[in-house]
Design a protein around this ligand. Structure first.
Ligand code: HAM
Length: 439
């Protein structure tokens, strides 16, 4: 028998589930603030949806198999092909621009390492049917607002912004031939993780002259829009190629997010379908993998779905984000599972505890009572372990007078009140509308 979860797959015990819920709730709140509608698709798709356009890296990582009907299928490793398939199928009926989000669990057979598992939850936000750069700025602002919602500011995270067309024209300007561009992109993508001499050897093998190789490193090292735009001014057509990127940066400055954004043409992104502006969100120290990545994929609806619509979006995983939140100490405390514990002092009080519990639950309070009789001290211990803020004690003396004792478990203060009042009193206390129990 397999005693553990598979490598790269997580068990979510309640404490881990609480962190996951904290992240997913923030994703949903912020997406709704931006007017995005939630959707979902199937976790299993036909294999060819990915083999056609996603690129070799992700195809190598597929969980793919033949189903019992002889179909070649794969667990979804990303959401973008599904979005494209769904939008293309109803392209005429959907009001453009489409603003959709989803939170799928995705599966990639990756080498397990920090920030990389074999399943993760990924927040996907996409705008389909809008070609202008304000759409790019909109999704980047959304991603940054998620960071803010979770307690991460400009000192904690940065957006690195690039454009495939800008990188291509700068690399051509540096002497890279068209048929060497793919190899040059791969080099730029690995530049921060791989020793320079290894990359130089790769480029030499791909036929690059030493000058062009040096150019690849020079271009990849450009940081900040001023440096990128002055490099663009030196190549024919460069300024035009940088117009969209410049406008996206301008819009982000107008929104007030300029300090979070850095022009950085070394952002290439592994997926094959991106066509224009690209971005990734990183922890400010750059110590971890990307928290989020996305960009424009203006050709994908035409090539996968036969409809010509510009599109863009991003995916943000819960794994790196969770690590960053832990690193910064901005994860919430384990929440209490109940608002009130109903204590039955003697076994004879139990029927009354059952009735009161039901009345309190009808008022939408979260309630627990002992499922088998125990001493009061033991019941209060359980209440504390549940982090219950309040206990209601039902004993023979109070019962004879139609009363209960309401106890604040943090301060230990308690007072007696009429049975009929306790539900309303607790509703107000839990809502923060009543003064503390002792007063
Ligand atoms: P991606 O860069 O492959 O893009 O993934 C986006 C994010 O998902 C990453 O930055 C990372 O946070 C997380 N992620 C990816 N793989 C793993 C993994 N094995 N373990 C943990 N986290 C992971 C895409 O998937 C694109 N489809 C995003 C997109 C949406 N582009 C446009 N729209």
């Amino acid at each position: 028998m397999q005693a553990q979860a598979l490598p790269g797959f997580r068990d979510f015990y309640p404490a881990e589930f609480a962190l996951r819920a904290h992240i997913l709730d923030a994703w949903r709140r912020v997406a709704r603030r931006y007017g995005f509608e939630e959707f979902d698709g199937p976790p299993l798709e036909s294999l060819e949806l990915y083999t056609e356009k996603s690129g070799d890296e992700i195809v190598d990582q597929l969980y793919a198999f033949e189903d019992k009907g002889g179909r070649q299928v794969a667990l979804r490793p990303e959401m973008t092909p599904t979005v494209v398939r769904m939008v293309a199928a109803r392209a005429n009926a959907l009001k453009k621009p489409i603003r959709w989000f989803s939170i799928p669990q995705l599966f990639r057979y990756e080498r397990q390492q920090r920030g990389r598992l074999r399943e993760h939850f990924q927040f996907n936000c996409d705008i389909i049917g809008e070609a202008g750069p304000l759409a790019d700025a909109e999704v980047i602002a959304l991603a940054l607002d998620v960071m803010r919602e979770l307690g991460l500011g400009p000192d904690d995270v940065k957006v690195r912004l690039s454009d495939r067309r800008v990188l291509a024209i700068l690399l051509r300007g540096a002497g890279v031939a068209d048929d060497q561009l793919g190899q040059a992109y791969q080099t730029v993508d690995k530049i921060e993780r791989t020793p320079r001499d290894r990359l130089e050897a790769h480029l030499a093998q791909a036929g690059l002259e030493p000058d062009a190789t040096a150019g690849v490193f020079r271009v990849a090292g450009l940081r900040g829009w001023p440096a990128v735009s002055s490099a663009l001014a030196d190549v024919p057509g460069g300024t035009e190629a940088g117009e969209d990127l410049e406008q996206v940066i301008g819009a982000l400055q107008a929104i007030g997010l300029g300090e979070c954004v850095e022009g950085d043409v070394s952002i290439v992104r592994g997926l094959a379908y991106y066509t224009g502006v690209l971005f990734e969100v990183f922890d400010a120290k750059g110590a971890m993998r990307a928290i989020c990545g996305g960009g424009r994929y203006d050709q994908l609806l035409a090539s996968l779905g036969g409809v010509d619509l510009p599109a863009l979006g991003f995916g943000m995983g819960d794994v790196v984000l969770g690590d960053v939140l832990k690193d910064k100490g901005v994860i919430p405390e384990t929440p209490s599972s109940i608002d009130v514990f109903v204590v039955a002092v003697t076994p004879e009080d139990m029927p009354h505890a059952l009735r009161l519990s039901r009345e309190l639950r009808d008022r939408d309070l979260r309630v627990e009572y002992p499922l088998s009789h125990a001493a009061v001290g033991k019941q209060l211990k359980l209440a504390n372990a549940r982090r219950a803020p309040y206990a209601v004690m039902l004993g023979p003396d109070e019962r004879a007078l139609g009363n209960v004792v309401l106890r604040d478990l943090a301060s230990g203060e308690q007072r007696t009140l009429a049975y009929d009042q306790v539900a309303s009193e607790l509703v107000d206390l839990v809502a923060g509308a009543a003064p503390p129990v002792g007063r």
